[in-house]
Design a protein around this ligand. Sequence first.
Ligand SMILES: Nc1nc2c(ncn2[C@@H]2O[C@H](COP(=O)(O)OP(=O)(O)OP(=O)(O)O)[C@@H](O)[C@H]2O)c(=O)[nH]1
Ligand SMILES: [Mg+2]
Length: 339
Amino acid sequence: MKPDNIIVALATPPGRAALAIIRVSGAGSIALVSRLIPELTDISPEQARRLIHGFAYDSNGNLLDEITVIPYLAPKSYTGEEMVEIICHGGRVSGGVLISKLCELGAGVAEPGEFTKRAFLNGRISLSEAEAVAAAIEAKSELALKAAARNLKGELYEKVDHIRKAIKNLLALIEAEIDFSDEEINKTPFDEIAIEIAKQHERTRTILKSYDFGRGLNSGYKIAIVGRTNVGKSSLLNALLSRERAIVTEIPGTTRDTLTEWIEIAGFPILLTDTAGLRDTSGTIEAIGQERTKSEIDKSDLVIFMIDSSSGATAEDNEIYRSMEGKPILVVANKIDLN
Ligand SMILES: Nc1nc2c(ncn2[C@@H]2O[C@H](COP(=O)(O)OP(=O)(O)OP(=O)(O)O)[C@@H](O)[C@H]2O)c(=O)[nH]1
Ligand SMILES: [Mg+2]
C-alpha cells in the first residue's frame, strides 16, 4: 500500500539556530501549505524545485514568520510524493508553531524515519540506501560518514544488483539446458556455469565480510581496559581522552565503577571503558565494581589487559588473564619508566 496521507516534521534539531527546515510530504501538500503561505498558491511545474520567498500567516491573517519554501511535484521529490520544504527561522518557536498550524489543517506528525520509509516504499531509494540515510545521520566519525555516503550513492545496491542479475542469467542458462538438452542449439558448457557460480559466490562472501567492518564503523567497537588495581588503567583512559576524566591516585582500588567514553581511533568510533581493578577484596562496593568489570569484559569486542611491567606478570595477573579465555586480548605493559 502506498500511503498518501500528509505528514509533517522538523528536519533540523529543535532549539536555538539561525534556520529550521520543515518537511511536508503527501498528495495535496502544496495546497495544504498554501493555506499558511499564500505564495504557494497555484504552483506551476516550472516553479517546482525552485526556492520561493514568502511569508507565513495563521488562519486569522496574523504574520508568523518570513520564510523561503521549495515545492516538489510527484514523483520528483525525496519521498516520490508531492512535497514542500519550508525554511523558517530557527529557535524554539517558529518551526513548532508552523507544524502545529499544519497539523490543525490535517497533516499528521511524521514518525522518525517516515520520509525515508516513504522514499523506499515509492521505489525512490533501495533498502541499502535507506539504511545509509540512517547510517549518515548516526555516523560517529568521518570514516563512517564516508562509508555511508558511498552507500547513499548506491554502491552497495549496485554490487548486490550486479550479483542478482548474474544469478538470474545463470538460472536462465541452466533452465534452457534442462528444457532443450536434447536439441542441438548453442549450449553453455557446465564448467563455464560452475566457474560463474563460484565467481558470484566469492563476490557475495566479500560483501558479507564487509559487514563486520561496517558494523564497527556504525555502532563502534567496545574496548575495556582491565587489570589488577593500580596498574594504570585510569591513567591510560585519561591519556587516550587527552583529559583528566577518571580519578587517578596511587591508592589501589581507586576506580570503583565502570566509566565509559567515546573516542575515535583511525576513523573508528570506540566506546572505551575504564574498569575497577581486579583483586581479592572484602569491600562491598569494590566487589560490586569488580562484578561490573566482569560483565564489561563479556560485552567487549577487545580487552586491553594492562600489567605493571615494574613488577612483571604476577600470579594474580595470570589468573585474570586465564579468566578472559576466548576474548580478543591486547596485553599492555605499563610503568616501563620504573624498569
Ligand atoms: N611511574 C609510573 N606511574 C604510573 C604510570 N601510569 C600510572 N601511574 C601511576 O600509577 C598509579 C595508579 O594509576 P591509576 O591510573 O589510578 O591505576 P588504575 O589501574 O586505574 O588503578 P585502580 O583504579 O585502583 O584499579 C597512579 O599514581 C599513577 O600516577 C606510568 O606509566 N609510570
Ligand atoms: Mg582506576
